[in-house]
Design a protein around this ligand. Structure first.
Ligand SMILES: [Zn+2]
Ligand SMILES: [Zn+2]
Length: 264
């Protein structure tokens, strides 16, 4: 798939949150990438804008191509630009498939493309840098999947949780997920007629977000993976209708403004 990185729809949306900046693009079934430059990690890599090449670690939530499409580009460009090999964290079930993809790459390029692969099982961890650790947790999707927490290595404080594609499940009850300062999750379905579709396809529905806001302590909940058929201003109207006033300031959308509308 050709991705035109000059297309405004592929320019990362920047969210400045207290103590954390996120930059990402996320459209269900097309591309999802959520970059946390302060934490040295990019979650999923459905496309790879230039800034993401500086990120040493990519944590993949699951193998669907809207979340993995630009992995090879990321590893290849880091190599071409003489950077350290990209580190790829993934659910342990898909580690062999990524290795096979890299083996095919060796055959195509006739030279090795360096990379570091760290397949994780739920509750396993890997360091991100000297001060931060990435911890995996089980999520529920139609294929093998993981969510990730960025925790402060010294005191184990959970700073950021990222679920990737997921339906409702016990992972939202985990103390570390509930206490993360920022929770990035998905909301693929908004319409009331689509509750069953959300369940069947392993995704969250807007009504789940209402429960989620009562359950978790995050000061900000970022919603990704909106449908490309849902204009953002309509999504905002629906959110304001459904989400109790006391929670409204906590919710941010990682989605593109339609032309003429400024992202806030
Ligand atoms: Zn997806
Ligand atoms: Zn998926």
């Amino acid at each position: 798939m050709f991705t035109d990185l000059n297309d405004p729809a592929n320019q990362p949306v920047r969210l400045s949150l207290p103590g954390l900046t996120l930059a990402g693009v996320s459209i269900a079934g097309q591309r999802t990438m959520v970059y946390a430059p302060d934490h040295d990690v990019c979650f999923d890599i459905g496309l790879c804008p230039a800034a993401v090449l500086n990120c040493p670690t990519v944590a993949i939530s699951h193998g669907h191509l809207d979340h993995t499409n630009a992995l090879l580009y990321y590893l290849w460009q880091r190599h071409m630009q003489h950077m350290t090999p990209g580190c790829v964290v993934c659910p342990h079930e898909i580690g062999p498939a990524i290795r096979r993809m890299m083996d095919a790459c060796l055959e195509l390029e006739d030279r090795p493309l360096p990379y570091v692969l760290t397949p994780l099982k739920p509750d396993q961890s890997t360091p991100l840098n000297e001060t931060l650790t990435l911890r995996a947790f089980a999520t529920r999707h139609t294929v093998a999947s993981l969510g990730y927490l960025v925790v402060n290595t010294a005191d184990q404080k959970p700073l950021l949780a990222y679920t990737g594609d997921t339906s409702w499940g016990p992972h939202f009850q985990r103390p570390d997920v509930r206490d993360a300062q920022v929770l990035v999750t998905e909301c693929t379905f908004f319409e009331s007629a689509h509750r069953r579709a959300a369940l069947a396809s392993g995704h969250l529905h807007l009504t789940d977000i209402v429960s989620l806001l009562d359950l978790v302590n995050a000061r900000t909940v970022v919603l990704t993976h909106l449908s490309r058929r849902l204009p953002i201003e309509r999504a905002r109207r629906m959110l304001n209708r459904v989400i109790p006033a006391r929670h409204r300031d906590r919710v941010r959308l990682l989605s593109h403004p339609t032309p003429g509308e400024a992202e806030t």
